[in-house]
Ligand binder design. Structure first.
Ligand SMILES: [Zn+2]
Length: 352
């Protein structure tokens, strides 16, 4: 049995589940459902892995990456396996009130699969439950071009690919191929994101903004170290897709506990932030627990949490009619819950 990191009253749980929301930072392989691994290796996965314990913290990101390979990457050998994992992962999002999900796959992982990239993307899309909008991103590490250049170039032409993401160890040296590739991806109609400001300090976030030209940063929490950068993020409405439980369990610098998480300072400074779960297999978390954590340890009110959910809706890659309908659904919920709309619809106290 999974031990929850956070629990809440029945009424607060109802509120969080009913809040129309999004999940925009979710690695599919890092969220591999335990039951699928258990089917293949019953003895090894009879009990939940040790890192599901709420008090568990990783020694380092390298340890985390090692476990990623050890536990999950071997699973993804066919489009059917991606489909099976996505079906459970996306159903779990939907049952927690997600209306829109962006999930990423490790693009070089496709080299070990028996099916083509487009077949894998189609299999993931077909796994989405009715009513849940899903967009798929291809993630790659700082040094992946040398070994996987042809695959990366081909991916820019895949119709079902919504965008690309830079992930993996952030402290690995940046190579210049990414500068050109990120620009060409946008020219090809893809959304571009990058992980930054998780293990590297604020200047790396600036480097990524200046050189890769992204408007979406995955994590970005160490931006808080540079007040001028925080003002820039707020002013330019650059969204940070934040995963607080992940940050605590990976012992991100400056985050000794949830109560110290900078999402409060970033939100108060007017930075658009979203709330996400990152890798549910490795953190043993659920999206709703991220909302519980902010309420209990960082004093986020219901109206403020609704504002965070609205941030996710605002960046969703939806056609205008669908987005308008989703905003209307959010507004009806906010009114029915008597939320403070000056907070819930405000731009989190935009500064400067
Ligand atoms: Zn991530």
């Amino acid at each position: 049995m999974r031990i929850p990191h956070y629990t809440a009253s029945a009424d607060f749980t109802r509120f969080v589940r009913a809040l129309p929301k999004t999940e925009t930072h979710l690695h599919l392989e890092g969220s591999t459902p335990l039951e699928l691994l258990r089917e293949l290796e019953p003895d090894r996965f009879r009990t939940p892995p040790p890192f599901w314990q709420p008090g568990f913290r990783y020694d380092s990101f390298d340890q985390f990456m090692g476990l990623y390979d050890e536990y999950c990457m071997d699973f993804y050998r066919s489009a059917q396996r991606y489909h099976d994992a996505a079906k459970i992962v996306l159903a779990t999002c939907a049952e927690q009130g997600c209306r829109y999900v962006e999930t990423s796959i490790h693009l070089p992982g496709l080299a070990a699969a028996n099916d083509s990239g487009p077949e894998v993307l189609a299999a993931i899309r077909e796994a989405a439950p009715a009513g849940l909008e899903v967009r798929i991103f291809a993630g790659m590490c700082h040094n992946d071009y040398a070994a996987h250049g042809p695959l990366i170039e081909a991916a820019l032409g895949w119709k079902d690919l919504a965008g690309i993401d830079l992930h993996g160890p952030e402290y690995w040296r940046m190579e210049t191929w990414s500068i050109d590739l990120w620009r060409r991806a946008r020219d090809a109609g893809k959304m571009t994101k990058a992980h930054a400001g998780e293990f590297m300090p604020a200047p790396f976030v600036r480097w990524i903004l200046d050189n890769l030209g992204v408007r979406r940063i995955e994590h970005g929490v160490r931006s808080v170290e540079d007040p001028e950068l925080v003002r820039l993020l707020a002013r330019e409405r650059i969204t940070l897709d934040i995963c607080p439980i992940s940050n605590v369990k990976l012992a991100v610098q400056g985050i000794g506990s949830m109560a110290e998480h900078p999402i409060r300072a970033l939100f108060d400074a007017g930075v658009p932030v979203t709330l996400n779960s990152d890798d549910t297999f490795f953190f043993g978390n659920r999206l709703e627990e991220e909302y519980f954590a902010l309420h209990q340890e960082l004093r986020f009110t219901r109206s403020e949490l609704a504002r965070i959910a609205l941030n996710g809706i605002e960046i969703a890659l939806l056609d205008p009619d669908r987005k308008q309908a989703l905003k209307a659904e959010w507004k009806a919920f906010a009114e029915a819950e008597s939320l403070d709309l000056s907070v819930a619809e405000g731009s989190n106290r935009l500064v400067g």
